[in-house]
Design a protein. Sequence first.
Length: 314
Amino acid sequence: MIITLTLNPSLDRTIEVPVLKRGAVIRVTNGRLDPGGKGVNVARALLANGVATHAVLPVGGTTGHQLVELLRAEGVPMTAVAVHAPTRSNVTISEPDGSTTKINEVGGPLSAADIDKLAQAVLNVASPSDWVVASGSLPLGVPDDVYALLTERFRAAELRVVVDTSGPALSAALVAHPTLIKPNREELSEAVGWEVLSISDAIAAARTLRQRGAAIVLASLGPDGAALIEDDGISLGECAVSEPKSSVGAGDCLLAGFLAGGATGAAALANALCWAAAAVEMPGSAMPTPAAIATRRAFVSTNIDSSRTLSLSS
């Protein structure tokens, strides 16, 4: 089973507008409300494709209650741990060309006791060799080493740990040797301290993070696809998107598809890319179904042109 732990979940409201113009009165063409947070999205994507999953998340206040109701409506198996701080709300403004503008709240504080309850909730449903996806931004007051401590605790229970976060929290987590990390291009750059402008840069950055402790690096590169760096070598792949609607949750679908596809090798990378491409053509943070994914074809190669320049929008 694949268990997800989301320390900073959210209610995600998506608003579609003809064009985003600062200072103007804009009429909304469509809107939707979805459960949000990296781990929550991974669980939703897995469930939509028949993969066994369980979401663990803190919830508080009326927004937390609404988040739980939305997840129940989707049928997501979960453990919702009650906390004092209210669950945050995020807003995404989406334009017809696929451009998205995200406005994210920080998220209320979690205590050490809250984090302990969340970790124990994961252990209560996990079995040895299960995957645990610990992901997302940190709420107020949560120390940067929280993912490192969680990784150590989960690895001691013989679980395979994915960490998908950014900034100091990602750097701190590496010393605990997570099985897999999934940085995007910007997070790669931030972690290694140099700008990632080419495939060569991305590979070098991923190798550096492996040297610091990550066993596998799945790097999402936006329109340029994704790169997989592991013991068996390097793979690079892409999957075409014809009508982009929203990139929200696409990276989470990439990770979900990779885990569902076996979590190693070119075949898993191809599966991941198909899931992500299908997600980009969905509104808001809607999750792609098997029917939507089945129409995709990803191209994965180990014969890599490492000098290729990456798109600025990745």
